[in-house]
Design a protein around this ligand. Structure first.
Ligand SMILES: Cc1cc2nc3c(=O)[nH]c(=O)nc-3n(C[C@H](O)[C@H](O)[C@H](O)COP(=O)(O)O)c2cc1C
Ligand SMILES: C=C(O[C@@H]1CC(C(=O)O)=C[C@@H](OP(=O)(O)O)[C@H]1O)C(=O)O
Length: 388
């Protein structure tokens, strides 16, 4: 399976095309749509999310609620485009018209792709970079992830996510899969503990008042993954490595950890490795899950537990210093309308990126033309493992 996305933030649409997805998988469009709505929510989002509806449509690859095996196209309209038709239209315009639009950006925003992208692609209007580097693109990724979640549901693999930190507020709520799933439609900060939720909302309000922004940590959990997804035999087949790349590919994500994560540095080996046990009913299992579900780049069958850290949103209403690319004079950076904190929304994106990686690993390992063949093959494989 592979996929591509396209679209500018204030252009007409964002799209995704997924290729290599099996035929005969029933897809629940309403359930997929809910995932896109969840990405729009979360405490700390700015005004743009009140403009967008993020309803998606299939353009190809689905017939009567089932996949055909052909490329699946999904598209979402940018409702904000109607306010940007002149600025973002596809028709050529004259230099005078361009100057009149006054939305040309020459003051790059620190922490964004603006300056380096403008230099690399030789644009003097940095909007030509900003539009594609915007996290609006994550709408299309969530559509792909929602499709992948349909495959995971059909194989009884569950995936969810939560926020564990916003600024200095940490959620110590204990991980419980059912509770997490219940909270997943929560429009607040997506933390478990009510006390932490309240504190996180206050800290976001406070940052907003100060014209500042906040980052945080998100956690994704996959329950019941098949044993042996990914492979130890080559660096680019290790599934933990692919998941790490996918998490860091999300706008503003700067680090990843699995299981006990960075605490492993200060913990002796005897308290890190998960001891191996055997039980005649469940077969082999681990007595703990400090390694977050991976050994040798392969799933152990324990839940996959992965966290990603998001930097604070780079556009500040009290902007930082920058340099105008035309005059070379120091100026405060351009302010584009912006979210003070997008960590809760980003946890949904992270969940969907992990869903994509896990689905892709399943499609790599088992026959993937027809969903029925895939399911039968997975059942046979699980039977073999139960006798190992
Ligand atoms: C869901 C989500 C929403 C975001 N919203 C904003 C925003 O409103 N303003 C902003 O400056 N950055 C926002 N970002 C982050 C920027 O897109 C990102 O920092 C920028 O493109 C530069 O990429 P980098 O931080 O990965 O280097 C958002 C990121 C995500 C995942
Ligand atoms: C549009 C989305 O997020 C946007 C991501 C974003 C950025 O710079 O990444 C900047 C903001 O864009 P705008 O200036 O149009 O409000 C966010 O709203 C979205 O998540 O769908």
């Amino acid at each position: 399976m592979r996929f591509l996305t396209s679209g500018e933030s204030h252009g007409p649409k964002v799209n995704a095309i997924v290729e290599g997805f099996p035929s005969n998988l029933p897809v629940n469009k309403e359930r997929m749509q809910e995932e896109l709505f969840k990405r729009q929510g979360g405490y700390g989002r700015g005004r743009r999310m009140q403009i967008e509806k993020d309803t998606f449509e299939f353009g190809s690859g689905i017939r009567h609620g089932k996949t055909l095996g052909s490329p699946i196209m999904m598209e979402v309209n940018n409702d904000d485009f109607k306010h940007w038709v002149n600025i973002m239209g596809a028709e050529p315009i004259t230099e005078e018209e361009e100057a009149e639009m006054k939305r040309i950006i020459t003051k790059p925003r620190p922490g964004h792709a603006d300056l380096v992208g403008g230099m690399k692609y030789n644009h003097r209007d940095l909007r030509n970079i900003l539009e594609r580097s915007s996290a609006r693109e994550t709408t299309a990724r969530v559509a792909v992830g929602a499709l992948c979640k349909e495959l995971l549901y059909a194989l009884d693999i569950n995936i969810t996510s939560r926020v564990t930190k916003i600024g200095e507020v940490t959620d110590d709520g204990v991980y419980n899969f059912d509770e997490l799933s219940d909270k997943s439609s929560d429009s607040s900060v997506r933390m478990i503990s009510d006390e932490a939720t309240k504190q996180a909302e206050e800290t976001i309000d406070d940052a907003k008042k100060r014209g500042d922004t906040l980052g945080g940590v998100v956690e994704v959990i996959v329950e019941n993954p098949p044993v042996g997804l990914g492979s130890h035999v080559h660096y680019d087949r290790k599934l933990d490595a692919k998941i790490a790349r996918s998490i860091v590919s999300i706008n503003a994500f700067k680090g990843v950890e699995f299981g006990m994560g960075f605490k492993m540095a200060e913990t002796p080996g005897s308290k890190v490795q998960d001891e191996i046990k055997f039980d005649s009913e469940d077969g082999f299992y681990r007595s703990s899950n400090n390694l977050g579900g991976f050994e040798g780049g392969m799933t152990t069958g324990m839940p996959i537990v992965v966290r990603g850290v998001m930097k604070p949103i780079p556009t500040l209403y009290k902007p930082l210093m920058s340099v105008d690319i035309e005059t070379k004079e120091a100026f405060t950076a351009t302010i584009e309308r912006s979210d003070p904190c997008a960590v809760p929304a980003a946890s949904i994106v992270a969940e969907h990126m992990v869903a994509i990686e896990v689905a892709e690993a399943i499609l790599d390992k088992f026959p993937s033309d027809d969903f029925g063949d895939l399911k039968a093959s997975l059942e046979l494989y699980n039977k073999r493992l139960s006798e190992y």
